[in-house]
Write a protein that binds this ligand. Structure first.
Ligand code: ATP
Length: 248
């Protein structure tokens, strides 16, 4: 049996005549940062959303620590330790940064009734403060999230995914729209979370410098299929990948 954290086998999803994902298989190992790259429309987001229970795949299985999780709802997946960030920000602009973090984790804490009678911050304040410090956003912790720069809101968005103490986080374009001066900061932060919280990540990203520097292994998708999986050095040297994608 494989000791993979995430194992995706034969995943397929079509939209009418478009085969968005056409039989994708890969494994993510515990503690691994796994990148997913490929041209626009190559099926990365569809693959992500299938793994995350947001859409139902036509075929294939998804296993987490050896257990079949295919078709589970996003909430059930988050309870099992799978978190995500989206291409677009999910922060509540009219709530403080700290409250955004607390609300992000509340869904994972018991039933509606136990949450209603729990303390105001459901005992999650300490956890939020630890992440606020780790993400170096203490100076804006009490500011309304909507007043922050886009890059800072992106940090809050990523921190929210970590409130549930996930084993695996899927990040959809964490650098999209972020000022280049902040990109290095996001990379260092993810490396730090990978070390200190033993977080495993799957990262979709178009910023090649970021992916090559951050990821242990990278999967290249082209037209819904896996073209290659390898270390950044292997991917950079792969002629087929250079011709289809990186060389452009
Ligand atoms: N809801 C949908 N309805 C119809 N077609 C869709 C839908 N979602 C995706 N597609 C199509 O499926 C294919 C794969 O799209 P997908 O968004 O997964 O690619 P991607 O690699 O994530 O692209 P990008 O890098 O631009 O985000 C594309 O041809 C897209 O137009």
């Amino acid at each position: 049996m494989s000791n993979a954290l995430l194992k995706v086998t034969g995943l397929k999803k079509a939209y009418g005549a478009i085969q968005a994902v056409g039989g994708v298989s890969f494994e993510v190992m515990p503690g691994e940062i796994f990148g997913v790259i490929g041209p626009n429309g190559s099926g990365k987001t569809t693959m992500f959303n299938s793994v995350l229970g947001q859409i139902t795949p036509d075929a294939g299985t998804i296993e987490l620590k050896g257990q079949n999780i295919t078709g589970l709802s996003p909430l059930e997946l988050s309870r099992r330790g799978v978190g995500r960030t989206f291409q677009t920000l999910q922060v509540f602009g009219k709530m403080t940064v700290r409250d955004n973090l607390i609300v992000a984790a509340q869904e994972h804490h018991g039933s509606m009734w136990s949450r209603m009678f729990a303390p105001g911050d459901s005992g999650l304040g300490d956890k939020a403060d630890a992440l606020i410090d780790q993400f170096r956003i203490r100076h804006v912790a009490d500011s309304l999230a909507g007043t922050l720069s886009y890059g800072q809101q992106k940090l809050v968005d990523i921190a929210m995914a970590f409130m549930a103490e996930p084993d695996l986080v899927l990040l959809d374009e964490p650098c999209a729209g972020v000022n280049p001066s902040l990109v290095g900061g996001i990379s260092s932060l993810l490396k730090e979370l990978n070390k200190t919280r033993k977080g495993s990540f799957v990262v979709i990203e178009h910023n090649m410098d970021f992916v090559m520097d951050l990821c242990h292994r990278i999967m290249v998708m082209v037209e819904g299929k896996v073209m290659a999986i390898g270390t950044p050095a292997e991917i950079r040297a792969n002629k087929q990948v250079l011709d289809a994608y990186l060389g452009n």
